[in-house]
Design a protein around this ligand. Structure first.
Ligand code: ADP
Length: 625
């Protein structure tokens, strides 16, 4: 640029010198136009104007210097020509400068856009390449200039390059998505618009190509469609049935009712069932998942019900509460509903809605869970439970009567034995009235005991608390032994008591605890049936263990059989032909009710059956008394 200015100055000086100091009569001054042309491409508007003025000034100076006061017409005309030439040239140069400025600012506009814009010639070579293209593809204008654009960018068209050229020739334009490869090897997706100025039907002239990078948008769309696909899969395969409704008509109806001044919607629906039916009929089902199809017994969505009305069964209370929830602007609704499948089978379902904002009411999903089976099971369970209750009550009554029968067997046997004995004493000659009285007293005591047993067993089995009094353990055991003395004697059993509870008392029910001992002694007698009379021995022992009392009944029988040792305390377990299997069960219930424990001890060398009981002690009775 500097060179040009220097050249221009030198040229102007030379023209001035020739014009001023030589006597050439030709119009040398016209040559000043060359100075203007020389700077015209690069100079600013001001510089062009200044140069033009400078040339005119130099022209005048030479003229007056050469011609002095005498100015010929010829010389005057030459001056005029040269001035006109300089002015015209200055005007043209300035005009070109202005045009260039316009073009430059337009080109700048192309550079402002982020789209890649380039021009190619007939041979598809790049002749213009904007800033956006430089950024998108990585090649500068200088690098791209003259290269075949689609080869440089490895453009891949949906059909073929030939088809695009044909479209350009035919219609002068083409649009579509293409992939290209950038300088750093990235594959990008662009939306490409090609425009060609040429004669129709011929592939000629320049092509303007505007490419918008849609790589990110495509990736976003792809991600969106994948996520949509994922949600679709979840929607379809969910174990819960989902169906989608258009609730806009319903909301419109509700809003209209409110606008008419209806305050109590529930009352209004009760008074106008026709309105309710109309609203129900307006709910359109827009989609349903596979689980929903299966639930309703249809195979395709086309077969599915188009309206809620098609499968909702009466009564309408569920639907009314749904409408009230929607009307109140509640965020969700959950309730039960009765529906009818395609085959007419009635189902009970749990329905849950999440209400979207009003503008999205056209697609409202409801999850629907079939609870028919659950309700059926619950009802069956309820029925079974009440049957069981009934059976339990019956069983308890049976158990009570069985227990009573079991427990009074022994006193009854005693009564009849004493009555027989009394008879025998009467039959003596003379009758022994003292023995008769003793037998009758014993029979009376057994009868009283029997009636007490009946009362206690009944109250005990019906879960009344046992009566609790302080009882001297040794006295209790002694009394029990007396009550079975008849059986002891009749079976030839040697009973050895060792009562060493040392006056310790227990809190408890006398009759029940005696019953435990009577049961244990009776079992012991029965266990020794097979033994010779002389070998039947029973030992009853009481002792203290700290604050507790121990009671033990042992016999010389064979001991508990293996299975009996495991199950003897279970109700109705017996190994005896006429046994009821309630004796030990009762014993355990009674002992446990007294916070005590009962257990079977294994046979040792001396004793077979051995049962021991521990009961919590309640202090010593002798000290108090
Ligand atoms: P039941 O006497 O009606 O059979 P129990 O509950 O009193 O019912 O006894 C259950 C079972 O325990 C008996 O059938 C018997 O097999 C066993 N059993 C009870 N006491 C003894 C004992 N002293 N020796 C051996 N076995 C016994």
């Amino acid at each position: 640029m500097r060179c040009r200015y220097a050249g221009a100055v030198a040229l102007a000086a030379a023209i001035f010198a020739i014009d001023t100091f030589t006597m050439l009569s030709s119009a040398v001054a016209v040559l000043y136009v060359l100075v203007l042309i020389l700077i015209g491409d690069t100079a600013s508007e001001r510089a062009i104007r200044a140069t033009a003025v400078g040339c005119i000034v130099l022209d005048f100076v030479s003229f007056f210097y050469g011609h002095g006061e005498y100015i010929s017409l010829d010389a005057g005309l030459r001056l005029l020509f040269s001035l006109a030439a300089i002015s015209a040239t200055a005007f043209i140069v300035l005009k070109r400068y202005a045009d260039q400025q316009t073009v430059a600012s337009q080109a700048e506009l192309l550079d402002v856009t982020s789209d890649a814009i380039f021009l190619t010639d007939t041979a598809d070579r790049v002749i213009y390449w904007n800033h956006g293209a430089e950024i998108l593809y990585g090649w500068s204008f200088a690098e791209a200039y003259g290269q075949e654009s689609h080869a440089l960018l490895a453009s891949h068209y949906p059909q073929s390059r030939g088809a695009v050229r044909a479209a350009l020739a035919r219609e002068g334009s083409w649009e579509g998505e293409i992939t290209q490869i950038t300088r750093d090897g990235r594959t990008i997706h662009v939306f490409s618009r090609l425009r060609r100025r040429s004669e129709p039907g011929r592939y000629q002239g320049t092509t303007l190509e505007t490419n918008t990078d849609i790589t990110q948008r495509k990736a976003d769309i792809e991600a969106l469609s994948q996520s949509e696909q994922r949600f679709r899969t979840i929607f379809e395969t969910l174990a819960v049935a989902i169906w989608e409704h258009d609730l806009r008509p319903v909301k419109a109806e509700l809003d209209a009712l409110r606008a008419q001044g209806v305050d109590d919607l529930a009352l209004h629906f009760a008074q106008h069932p026709d309105i309710l039916r109309r609203i129900r009929a307006s709910v359109r089902v827009t989609d349903v998942n596979s689980t929903g199809l299966r639930l309703m017994g249809v195979t395709s969505k086309e077969e599915f019900f188009t309206h809620l009305d098609g499968f909702l069964t009466d009564p309408d209370e569920d639907f009314v509460s749904f409408l009230l929830a929607l009307d109140s602007g509640a965020p969700h609704y959950q309730g039960e509903a009765g529906i009818r499948t395609h085959q007419g089978e009635p189902l009970r379902v749990l329905v849950a809605f999440n209400f979207p904002p009003p503008e999205l009411l056209d697609r409202v999903q409801a999850s629907v869970l079939n609870i028919t089976e659950r309700i059926r099971v619950q009802e069956a369970l309820q029925r079974t439970r009440s049957q069981l209750d009934h059976a339990l009550r019956a069983a308890t009554i049976g158990e009570v009567s069985a227990s009573i029968a079991h427990e009074i067997n022994q006193p009854l046997a005693a009564i009849s034995a004493y009555a027989a004995a009394a008879g025998r004493w009467m039959d003596r000659d003379p009758p022994n009235l003292a023995e008769v009285r003793a037998s009758l007293d014993a029979a009376g005591e057994a009868a009283r005991h029997a009636s007490q047993v009946v009362r206690r067993v009944r109250s005990f089995m019906t879960k009344l608390e046992p009566e609790r009094t302080r009882l001297d353990v040794d006295a209790l055991v002694e009394e029990a032994m007396r009550l079975v003395q008849h059986e002891i004697a009749a079976n030839g059993v040697a009973l050895t008591p060792a009562l060493e509870a040392d006056g310790l008392a227990v809190e408890g029910d006398r009759i029940m605890l005696q019953q435990v001992l009577i049961n244990l002694i009776t079992n012991a007698i029965q266990a020794m049936h097979a033994q010779p009379a002389g070998e039947r021995r029973i030992a009853v022992r009481t002792w203290r263990i700290g604050g507790k009392v121990g009671i033990e009944v042992r016999d010389s029988g064979p001991g508990f059989a293996a299975e009996a040792a495991q199950k003897a305390f279970e109700p109705f377990f017996t190994t005896k032909a006429g046994g009821m299997g309630l004796g030990l069960a009762m014993c355990r219930t009674i002992v446990n009710a007294h916070d005590g424990e009962i257990r079977i001890d294994p046979p040792d060398g001396t004793w077979g059956g051995q049962i021991s009981i521990t009961l919590p002690g309640a202090g010593r009775t002798l000290l108090q008394g």
